[in-house]
Design a protein around this ligand. Sequence first.
Ligand SMILES: Cc1ncc(COP(=O)(O)O)c(C=O)c1O
Length: 386
Amino acid sequence: MPVDPRAVITAIRSVVGDAPNVPLHAPDIGALERQYVDECLESTFVSSVGAFVDRFEQEIAAFTGAARAVAVSNGTVALQIALSLAGVRPGDEVVVPALSFIATVNAVAHVGAHPVFVDSEPESLGMSPTAVADLLAGTQRKDDSVVNPVTGRRIAAIVPMHTLGHPMRIAELVAIADEYEIPVVEDAAESLGSFVGDRHTGTISRLGILSFNGNKIVTTGGGGMILTEDAEFGRRAKHLTTTAKLPHAWEFEHDEVGFNYRLPNLNAALGVAQVERLGEFLKDKRLVAERYAAAFSGLDGVEFLAEPPGTSSNYWLCAIRIDGGLRERDEILQAVNDDGLRCRPLWNLLNAQAPYREAPTGPLPVATALHASVICVPSSAALAAV
Ligand SMILES: Cc1ncc(COP(=O)(O)O)c(C=O)c1O
């Protein structure tokens, strides 16, 4: 029996109330944000240096447990720099989940490398460690490198992503990657506040990244962070993203081609206020998730996507999986959007996106099924107050 779109609307409305237009995810900007942004404006330090940048980095490092956090202008460039630090070079290959936002693979292309796409798992929506193990089992060792015999390219890194905030099986993946001595760079853009046991996502491998885009759980307007446990990576990340300038009171001396990827102090002021409220956001989003879980529990053909066992998700975006395929998904999307509920599907698979159609892929049955059956529902923290 196909799921009745009207029943889905009723379930969502029981959580979000009767507002005519309910966004998928709206930032929560309050008095503290205004206070810090005002302070920043008063100081006139609105650009690339200032106390809020340092404070933002320190607060994110303390919250995530990363030894070093380096603030940058967005999550995509954070990933680009993290891949460079991990040793990815032009012409290399990087293992990427086919089911992700396009920034994950764009960062690979920005360092001149090529993606190879692998499947996801139904429980976490994230990269399947088994699919990665299968891919790596078919590689060859040449000198110190692991080479994909299909393309002849060196596999230089693996980039898992914690989808919608739900942690993927990162420990299992790191164990497989370690066997082949391939670095893992965690795309934790969506998972600030998500943990595996007591370890924060993005810190379980040596390098990880966060995004503070306007739709994320904490926003700086636009922004990102490189997380690392390695002091040298931290130093290099700061140097590369701040034009590779050598410290000096007045001389402009740069020792390599650097990037202007700094997070402005003005954005960091917003970020410091948001991070101070992160505990509140996490509590509210969990409450919203619990209400959705209850609302959908009685609906045949609909499953609320709960955090994987042993993990704590930030429930950045709550989502349901429906029985049926693309046609049923799109009928529901049409009906809920007509009702003012800004629900969205997962992303079209990356191997089907124009720039990446020629890229090698493993079998993708799970990613294909998830793309056809998952719908993200309105998830703003403020919905807890409805
Ligand atoms: C999975 C994933 N990776 C990377 C990014 C890139 O972050 P940004 O938009 O800050 O560049 C995002 C979000 O936008 C994302 O969802």
